[in-house]
Design a protein around this ligand. Structure first.
Ligand code: MN
Length: 315
């Protein structure tokens, strides 16, 4: 149907440098689609050789009003947070941290990490009624529902897809899944028509709904689709990794700045001050402390001179 063609839109990533040398491909927020469902942030990184660049090293930093979803395709990491969590992050296992009113966490590569690190960092915006009412939490789901067919392995980490339902805590209707496809494989995924979706070609070129999707790009699919055909490129000789995210279009306008999500300029000012209080050695009550990091923590940068504006899901 031609109506589907008009909804197919390949979103290109922006190259962003984090810290000194970590290069990431930022897919969301995108200038045309700031969000897909409540998914409001998507960084794709790697595969990076950790023996060269030292791997992941993100010192304690805060979050508000969102959930972080850490998903690895390859490698390992260590998550620690102000709730006292200490969790090894592994491919195929879900780590979801719910910030609520305030939390802080750190992520580092362990000394014995495998050579390559490859993954995505996602954020989910919490709806207004849940963001302050939901207590900070960290959930590790080692056993996720999987659908295995010849040439296909589907892992659902958030929400429900193709009869697989994840137990991850969600606050809006949402889906997140990883698909691994052998060369020559194709699949027709059943979708919820009230969801918009994004399909990221993680490792190889793909064919999504009959259209070429180059590696590292995301195909945006608007609401109204009941199924989606995904096929490997005829030229692929390696496994194709695919990330699917989707959800009910998010109706609220939000202010996203640094690691905070609020609803107004004033709220962000308040959150920034609450985190930066006390400087490097500070132990901010609202966010807690990640023990074992000493005084190392990331302070929030200076706010822009213009007022931050609440914005909706479409650029
Ligand atoms: Mn974080």
């Amino acid at each position: 149907m031609s109506t589907f063609e008009t909804m197919h839109e390949p979103l290109a990533a922006r190259e962003v440098v984090l810290g000194r040398s970590t290069h990431v491909r930022r897919i969301l927020p995108h200038r045309r689609h700031r969000m897909i469902g409540a998914w409001c942030f998507l960084d794709h990184y790697g595969p990076d050789d950790v023996t060269i660049d030292g791997g992941m090293w993100v010192p304690p930093h805060p979050h508000t009003g969102l959930q972080t979803v850490t998903w690895l395709f390859e490698g390992t990491g260590i998550h620690t947070d102000s709730l006292g969590s200490h969790q090894e992050i592994r491919p195929g296992q879900l780590n979801v941290m719910t910030a609520g009113r305030g939390i802080c966490h750190a992520e580092v590569s362990p000394p014995d990490a495998p050579q390559y690190l490859h993954g995505v960092q996602l954020w989910v915006c919490l709806p207004d009624e849940a963001r302050d009412a939901t207590p900070p939490a960290f959930d590790h789901l080692a056993d996720l529902p999987r659908l295995v067919e010849p040439g296909i392995e589907l892992t659902v980490f958030v929400g429900e897809l193709a009869g697989c339902a994840s137990a991850a805590p969600t606050y809006t209707p949402l889906v997140g899944a990883e698909l691994r496809m052998a060369p020559g494989a194709s699949v027709n995924l059943p979708l919820r028509e009230d969801f918009e979706h994004g399909v990221l070609a993680v490792s190889e070129d793909l064919i999504v709904a009959g259209t070429d999707l180059p590696r590292h790009r995301m195909s945006y699919q608007g609401c109204g689709r009941s199924e989606l055909a995904i096929a490997t490129s005829p030229t692929s000789t390696e496994e194709s990794i695919v990330l699917l995210i989707g959800g009910e279009p998010f109706a609220e306008e939000i202010v996203m700045w640094w690691n905070f999500i609020g609803r107004s300029h004033e709220e962000i000012v308040e959150q920034r001050e609450a985190w930066n209080e006390g400087g490097f050695g500070g132990r901010p009550a609202r966010f807690g402390t990640v023990e074992d990091f000493g005084e190392k923590r990331l302070l929030a940068p200076v706010l822009p001179t213009v007022r931050l504006k609440a914005r909706g899901r479409i650029g």
